[in-house]
Design a protein around this ligand. Structure first.
Ligand code: GLN
Length: 546
């Protein structure tokens, strides 16, 4: 059944031009932050014009991190930015891909829903896109929905989305929608001035499709003066006061503040007849001050196999920014390739760091290097934090070296291991399809009293997001515990090990879930806060500040 556009909701469409990676996601999240700070109920949607149903089956090298929501959907990493800025939980409704749209339309066609009609991009695909926006607005009861369109204007893939937006704006009526276009204004050294032509061309493409931007967000490495903004405004048919500059900043959390300086929020609201009191931005201002001017600095190593593409660990990187603020410090990350550790040994990479983190991952490559890193942190009492695969590796290392279980392994890496301390979950055994079939999304976990985990959270009941197929093998619980491993967090039925620690170590903790997916700039995650605290203590004791 088709649903109508809700009257109370305003829709802001954000497109990008010239080049990719201009920070559209951050721009959307920042605008969302400002509007939410004004008391409006905001949600943000990402439209991804690729044919995968979701990014869950893509390599991190292709796509960066897969961001998992509470409801267990595998989504684009921009949803992570949205959650980190606006502190609202996203769901499967917040990420739409071409693959999903076609899947739905083709299923409907097979069911006979369009009986008699020729099924076409216009109107069937565009109708389905519009429906997704409407459903999100209705289900979340949002007053403002910001819709980010992935890719850049001119891509063949994004055309149906842009056409749907054109139709949507017409149907929603004047004053209920606005269009924002993010572009690049490059400074050309030899000419000695910033150039507006790429922006003009990008807007031209947009207008050919029938979308007239109301706002231009111009990324540049320097201030754009009044006459340049006027030139852009004239050529792009946008009011000069709605040409907003987005200069490179040292921290992404400064972006909302710079937008607010230019009254972007009040201008957008003015266009869409929304009225609220101005936002109080004191909290964010203080956070940004602390990010820029910390009392100390520490170095923490991340040892993984996707380190050449930092986007694969986006949420972890940001969680450290949040946790550093809470500890009045700055965390510099040292990216260590686990395969290099395999070759060169651990001391070369870890002797100057205050903590070691092993993030999530899949497959055999680099595993032995991770085990070496873990052994190093356990024996040298360097604070250790293992996430998902990181927990599994910590259990393998402990089994081999502290429990004398030779060749212990995960059956993911060695199906014939004599000691499968990590094995496939019962619920995963008969699964054949790879897309969307892991243990995904938020699950409750019960923490044991008087553990580091409890100390960090200050509660026994937590809820965290998962993305894995393997788990700790319960047959080995006894021997692990007898040798000093603490199973500090279990699923409520007691069947799944969700958190581990070891005794006689200042900070050695692993979790089967991904805490980085729930850290927000205004709500740093307790496990990152406690890990950074432990790292600070370790380095102040050892006086080897990174
Ligand atoms: N490969 C491991 C599993 O599937 C860990 C997954 C992860 O780290 N997200 O269980």
């Amino acid at each position: 059944m088709t649903k109508k556009i809700p009257e109370k909701t305003r829709f802001i469409f954000v497109t990008g031009g010239v080049v990719s990676s201009l920070g559209k996601g951050i721009a959307c999240a920042s605008l969302g932050f400002l509007l939410k700070s004004r008391g409006l109920k905001v949600t943000i949607m990402k439209m991804d014009p690729y044919l995968n149903v979701d990014p869950g089956t893509m390599s991190p090298f292709q796509h960066g991190e897969v961001y998992v929501t509470d409801d267990g959907s595998e989504t684009d990493l921009d949803l992570g930015h949205y959650e980190r800025f606006i502190a609202e939980n996203m769901s499967r409704m917040n990420n739409v891909t071409t693959g999903q749209i076609y899947n739905t339309v083709i299923s409907k066609e097979r069911r006979g829903d369009y009986l008699g009609a020729t099924v076409q991009v216009i109107p069937h695909i565009t109708d389905e896109i519009k429906q997704r926006i409407i459903v999100l607005a209705r289900e979340t009861d949002a007053e403002v929905v910001i819709i980010e369109v992935g890719g850049t204007v001119g891509d063949i893939e994004s055309q149906p989305f842009l056409e749907a937006i054109r139709q949507f704006c017409l149907e929603a009526g004047i004053g209920n929608t606005s269009n924002m276009h993010l572009t690049l204004v490059p400074f050309i050294e030899s000419a000695g001035e910033p150039k507006t032509k790429p922006t003009q061309h990008s807007v031209m493409r947009l207008r050919e499709i029938g979308i007239q931007p109301d706002f231009l967000i111009c990324r540049s490495d320097r201030h754009l003066n009044k006459s340049l903004k006027e030139k852009i405004a004239l050529f792009c048919n946008v009011r000069p006061e709605r040409v907003i500059e987005a200069i490179d900043v040292s921290t992404i959390y400064e972006v909302p503040l710079r937008f607010a300086d230019q009254q972007l929020d009040s201008k957008v609201m003015g266009l869409m007849n929304l009225k609220t009191d101005p936002a109080n931005l004191n909290q964010l201002q203080n956070i940004v001050k602390k990010i820029k001017d910390p009392q100390s600095k520490i170095k923490i190593a991340i040892c993984g196999k996707y380190i050449k593409l930092k986007d694969a660990y986006k949420s972890i990187t940001e969680s450290f920014v949040h946790a550093a603020v809470a500890n009045n410090t700055r965390v510099t990350l040292k990216w260590v390739d686990s395969e290099e550790v395999e070759k060169d040994g651990p001391a070369k990479y870890f002797s100057d760091v205050c903590g070691i983190l092993i993030p999530g991952g899949f497959g055999n490559r680099g595993i032995e290097g991770k085990l070496t890193a873990i052994k190093y942190s356990r024996e040298n009492k360097v604070p250790f934090f293992g996430i998902c695969l990181g927990l599994q590796c910590a259990v393998i290392e402990f089994a081999r070296n502290s429990c004398n279980l030779k060749d212990a392994n995960s059956i993911e890496f060695d199906p014939a291991t004599p000691h499968p301390v990590i094995h496939i979950m019962e619920s995963q055994k008969n699964i054949k399809d790879l897309g969307g079939t892991m243990r995904l999304g938020a699950y409750p976990c019960i923490l044991k009293d008087q553990t580091r985990s409890f100390q960090a959270y200050q509660t026994n009941y937590i809820n965290e997001r998962h993305r894995h197929r393997y788990e700790v093998n319960n047959d080995y619980r006894r021997i692990l515990q007898e040798n000093g491993m603490v199973l500090s967090g279990l699923s409520p039925d007691g069947n799944l090990v969700e958190m581990i620690e070891i005794e006689n170590h200042p900070y050695f903790l692993g979790c089967q879930f991904h805490p980085e997916l729930k850290s927000r700039i205004t709500q740093p995650h307790p496990l990152f806060v406690s890990f950074v605290k432990a790292a600070l203590e370790f380095c102040s004791k050892n006086q080897q500040n990174g």
